[in-house]
Design a protein around this ligand. Structure first.
Ligand code: NAD
Length: 257
């Protein structure tokens, strides 16, 4: 029987690339995201790969909506074998001007929602004696950059949650791992380019080369498919059975120095 993967923020960017990889490998997909055409995107991916799917427009700021998403997924597919906490937002500002509401939203979407959704899916994984939790963190879960206080704090927190779940899941066949991408050219990055241009008084190309890719040893954006294939390895390759509690950089060498 086909396994089921639930991926938050999977109607855009990295999450969408992950959904396509799992769909190509015949998983049932639970899509989630705030894109206005999210349902259409989900329908097209599922049709292309001839796989079953559910689209949930749950806003991760809403605890009730998270519960409904988890319950609907389990009701429709009987189980969720793989949970990928991927959704995220960014805001760039020096700490003294950082808006309180942006801090709250970033911490909530990246960290609190991952906790709440894991809590909702955990019992079915425990019952099945199998589960794969994969948190799409960031190199910013391991190192910091200026002007990203909320994001860096949330991502470091998610590394901590990842490790704790690895400890708690070990007796139940549940592994928990984080993937830490470097810069990937998606909406979240495109949206911060104008802010960085203003903040540093730089051109778009200079922001990309001198701010974003400055830390990468490989001076290119990471492609979303590399993150998707890494997630699939952690979820489905027998060799990953003993990999738990790690934070795996896929970052062009950014965190190596
Ligand atoms: P993206 O903006 O293309 O995708 C983000 C997804 O999250 C979208 O589908 C969006 O609708 C969803 N989302 C945001 N707020 C939500 C909410 N309240 N409720 C439900 N869904 C919500 O960006 P991406 O680059 O694909 O980001 C995916 C993850 O990868 C994020 O956690 C991000 O922090 C992480 N990441 C990205 C990069 C990068 O350079 N792009 C690097 C490291 C880590």
């Amino acid at each position: 029987m086909a396994k089921t993967v639930l991926i938050t923020g999977s109607t855009s960017g990295i999450g969408l690339a992950i959904a396509k990889t799992f769909a190509a490998n015949r998983y049932n997909i639970v899509f989630n995201g705030l894109e206005a055409d999210g349902e259409k995107i989900a329908t097209e991916v599922a049709a292309k790969f001839n796989t079953a799917f559910l689209f949930s427009p749950a806003n991760l700021l809403d605890k009730g909506a998270i519960s409904v998403m988890a319950e609907s997924a389990i009701r429709k597919f009987g189980s969720v074998e793989v949970l990928i906490n991927n959704a995220g937002i960014q805001y760039v500002s020096p700490v003294e001007n950082f808006p309180d509401e942006k801090w709250d939203d970033i911490i909530h979407i990246i960290l609190t929602a991952a906790f709440q959704l894991t809590k909702a899916i955990w019992p079915v994984m425990k019952k099945n004696k199998f589960g794969r939790i994969i948190n799409i963190v960031s190199a910013h879960g391991l190192i910091a950059s200026a002007n990203k206080s909320a994001y860096v704090a949330a991502k470091h927190g998610l590394v901590g949650l990842t490790k704790t779940l690895a400890m708690e899941g070990a007796d139940f066949g549940i592994t928990s791992n984080a993937i830490c991408p470097g810069y990937v050219q998606t909406q979240i990055v495109e949206k911060q380019i104008p802010d960085q241009m203003k903040l540093h008084n730089m051109s778009r190309e200079d922001v990309i080369q001198k701010i974003m890719l400055a830390g990468h040893a490989i001076k290119e954006f990471v492609n979303p498919e590399s993150i998707a294939e890494t997630a699939f390895f952690l979820a489905d390759n027998p060799a990953s059975k003993f990999i738990t509690g790690i934070s795996l950089p896929v970052d062009g060498g950014w965190t190596a120095h």
